[in-house]
Design a protein around this ligand. Structure first.
Ligand SMILES: [Zn+2]
Length: 234
């Protein structure tokens, strides 16, 4: 991991608000711009490749991810979702983008300009969002949008049914659990557009697949996905 030099303002901010490791919460040294403690840094597992081709039967063409959903990354995502650590979203995206920059910035061969028109976060049901205080995928999407310099479309793809958390379900149950729960509110905004769908993790891919299906059904030109981490074996 690379760390940039710390500015004076940043230094004083870190004195006032001691930085904590995004994975374990340990207090970090003030003098270096670091977001992960030395122990947790060792537990960051990057994937062998960052661009994944279409899974069979999937609406999504490509999936981008930098980290294995294990060890330290898993802890950081868990804190983001359940530990009231919204800042983890930006830090994880920054770390991931150091690795993914080439994939996300390059246009397709023969196609000028950027690869995607808009970023769309995987939606949370409004009730769940109220409980958590934020939608982690939205925070991830907003940070990624800064890196990629393309806009985020919020409130276009919505979750209309509050389903049980996917993590508690088996593979077949996960697919059933998310069927028919997503809806495109403003189809005009996705029509013909190249969309990068964003979520925190991908395990079976059923949530992303259902989101992609409704987006394609509403006329999206192409749907790819970015996730902070993915679990290769389920
Ligand atoms: Zn740590």
């Amino acid at each position: 991991m690379e760390y940039t030099k710390i500015s004076k303002t940043e230094y004083f901010l870190r004195l006032l608000f001691p930085p904590r490791c995004i994975c374990c919460g340990a207090v970090l040294p003030v003098g270096i711009l670091k977001e992960v403690c030395s122990d947790c840094e060792k537990g960051f597992k990057t994937l062998d490749t960052y661009e994944f081709a279409n899974m069979s039967g999937s609406t999504i063409t490509r999936v981008y991810s930098a980290f294995d959903y294990e060890g330290s990354v898993r802890k950081a995502i868990h804190r983001l979702k359940f530990g009231d650590s919204p800042r983890n979203a930006a830090v994880l995206v920054d770390l991931s983008c150091q690795l993914l920059k080439d994939f996300l910035d390059k246009p397709f061969p023969g196609m000028p300009g950027k690869r995607y028109d808009v970023i769309i976060p995987a939606p949370l049901h409004p009730k769940r969002k109220r409980q958590r205080g934020y939608n982690q995928s939205e925070l991830i999407a907003m940070r990624l949008a800064r890196h990629m310099e393309i806009p985020v479309l919020k409130g276009v793809l919505v979750k209309k049914i509050n389903t049980p958390p996917q993590s508690r379900l088996k593979r077949e149950e996960r697919l059933r659990n998310v069927a028919g729960v997503f809806h495109v509110k403003k189809p005009g905004q996705v029509k013909g557009r190249r969309i990068l769908l964003v979520d925190d993790i991908m395990t079976t891919g059923s949530t992303l697949e259902q989101c992609a299906r409704v987006l394609t059904g509403a006329g999206a030109g192409l749907v790819d996905a970015y996730v902070v981490a993915m679990r290769k074996k389920v």
